[in-house]
Design a protein around this ligand. Structure first.
Ligand code: ATP
Ligand code: MG
Length: 268
């Protein structure tokens, strides 16, 4: 069972969003919702409209029509800052981190804790280290030394630090656009475990991925986009990974792969 906001409404809900780029319909009447403690996977082929949808939810693009509700209240997200202030954080693949800077400096980038007053104000590095270590530990990442450069972390750990940072600074909804696409199997597993951890903390997660093997283990529900249209939202309890792949239009591809595999290996 998933928790709800005090109002019982989803943390974020999109109703009938439509977005044009010139004459291209990137999204047509698309709806979705995410509750606290729920992972919603957004699936679909290249160009299906996934990034456009999350850019609308994170205040980058205004929709041409449709409505966004946060905690059940209609809102206008005029900018990414607007979305952040309402607790909606988006973690992009490039993560906006500085590899040579320490983990804790990156964690606090733009929000550094200071000690002293007026002209004597200095960055409180010890405090930054301590808070970062505690915040990461709460999310299940045990890093002994947060003064090491972020560049020394693995790709999966870096993604996890970026997600932990969003949650520490008040995100209730974390949107992840293809966080595992550039990662190897083990690295992707680090991020997926981390997403499961965020769910335990009642965060709502929107996970965009092409990879059903990544989506299925962590997703509670799956929304499928096809050329700008939502072709369905499914509960995990109601389908198998193969059925999900079929809904994604992968059925034909699967049959083709199976057919190819059955062919004898051509003689040299
Ligand atoms: N800024 C833009 N200007 C013009 N067209 C755009 C813009 N952003 C997206 N589009 C178009 O909108 C459609 C949806 O693109 P979008 O990036 O949302 O797809 P996606 O599902 O994220 O694809 P991918 O899996 O490749 O990331 C595409 O036809 C794309 O070319
Ligand atoms: Mg995209």
């Amino acid at each position: 069972m998933t928790a709800t906001t005090p109002s019982g409404a989803p943390l974020i809900e999109a109703r009938d969003l439509t977005k044009y780029f010139g004459s291209v319909v990137a999204l047509h009447d698309v709806s979705l919702s995410v509750r606290a403690g729920e992972v919603l996977c957004l699936l679909g082929d290249n160009g299906a409209g996934k990034s456009t949808l999350i850019k609308i939810l994170s205040g980058v693009h205004p929709p041409d029509s449709g409505q966004i509700l946060v905690d059940g209240e209609p809102v206008v997200l005029g900018s990414p800052r607007d979305a952040l202030q309402r607790g909606i954080a988006t973690v992009y693949q490039d993560l906006a981190m500085i590899p040579l800077m320490s983990i804790s400096r990156n964690f606090f980038l733009g929000a550094e804790p200071v000690s002293g007053f007026g002209p004597l104000k200095t960055l409180d590095i010890k405090l930054a280290d301590r808070v970062t270590r505690t915040a990461l530990k709460q999310m299940g990442i045990d890093l002994r030394d947060t003064s090491q450069p972020v560049g020394t972390l693995s790709g999966g750990e870096r993604q996890s630090v970026a997600i932990a940072r969003a949650i520490h600074f008040g995100a209730k909804v974390v949107i992840l656009d293809e966080p595992t696409s550039a990662l190897g199997v083990k690295e992707a597993a680090v991020v997926l475990r981390f997403i499961a951890k965020a769910r335990e903390q009642d965060i709502g997660v929107i996970l965009i991925t092409h990879n059903i093997n990544h989506a299925f283990p962590v997703g509670d529900r799956f929304t499928i986009l096809d050329r700008g249209t939502c072709t369905g939202t499914f509960d995990k309890a109601d389908l198998t990974p193969t059925q999900l792949l079929e809904h994604m239009g992968g059925g034909a591809e699967l049959a083709e792969i199976e057919h190819e595999l059955e062919k004898p290996i051509p003689a040299a």
